[in-house]
Design a protein around this ligand. Structure first.
Ligand code: ADE
Length: 249
């Protein structure tokens, strides 16, 4: 998968050289390129924002540098979009332009799974009060491109960079070959639709007087699986009653 990020703070993405994502990049499973939006400004101050039409607090990111940056990034290395970049008839995404924003649709595990099948993702990280709305509208009308305005949760961050990192990590670990142990994907929270993972334990069997639940030491795989399922269900009811209610319906 190819991923491009456009941001005025490219250094946020230094962490993408670490851990799982760093290894997936080194192995050639993922290509990640980070671009500085200010490289597409034309004035001495490298201005990327302006005051909002209609008044109000804060600044809005200007469409001009965004348009030039995204045109260049989307065309990079190719003459526009390649045929396999276009969305498939089965709903497989082709190229997706992701705009992290607190006013977007919620990014959840099903969204991550769908985006893991895309050929290419481009993240447009806004700051301040967001990006001029015409930018998303313009690219939505462009053939072969899906535009997804996505929120990682009901809180407001200082910009889209951390949200993009969250999404990149959640998406890329679902790409075949990125995670060493494919089984750990099957059992984890949210993979079984709307069920949280129960508690986990490792050695020693007793730590500060606290015992590991004996069933886990029994060697009885059937009983262990049933216990884990029951733990997952009760944890979901306690931690996320809304999620549990949805599941039970
Ligand atoms: N930018 C600021 N807050 C955000 C959020 N919650 N999700 C995605 N992008 C954001």
């Amino acid at each position: 998968m190819r991923i491009d990020v456009v941001s005025i703070f490219p250094d946020y993405f230094q962490s993408a050289g670490l851990s799982l994502l760093g290894r997936a990049r080194a192995a050639g499973l993922i290509r990640l390129d980070v671009h500085d939006l200010r490289d597409w400004t034309r004035d001495r101050h490298r201005t990327v924002d302006d005051t909002p039409y209609g008044g109000g607090a804060g600044m809005v990111m200007s469409p001009r540098p965004w348009g030039e940056a995204l045109d260049a990034v989307l065309a990079a290395g190719e003459l526009g979009l390649a045929p396999d970049d276009v969305a498939g008839p089965d709903g497989t995404p082709g190229v997706v332009l992701i705009v992290p924003t607190p006013s977007g649709e919620l990014f959840d595990q099903p969204t991550a799974s769908r985006l893991a099948r895309a050929t290419r993702l481009v993240f447009a990280c806004g700051r301040y009060e967001g990006i001029d709305a015409r930018v998303a509208r313009h690219y939505r009308d462009r053939a072969g491109l899906e535009v997804a305005e996505l929120s990682i949760g009901d809180y407001v961050l200082a910009g889209g960079e951390v949200a993009a990192l969250v999404m990149i990590e959640a998406i890329t670990r679902l790409i075949p070959g990125v995670l060493g142990n494919a089984e750990s994907l099957a059992e984890e929270s949210h993979t079984q639709a709307g069920l949280l993972e129960g508690p986990v334990y490792t050695k020693p069997p007793v730590w500060r007087g606290l015992e590991v639940p004996p069933v886990l030491l029994s060697g009885d795989h059937g009983r262990i699986a049933a216990w884990r399922q029951a733990q997952a269900e009760s944890r979901t009811r306690v931690m996320r009653p809304g999620l549990a209610a949805q599941r039970e319906n």
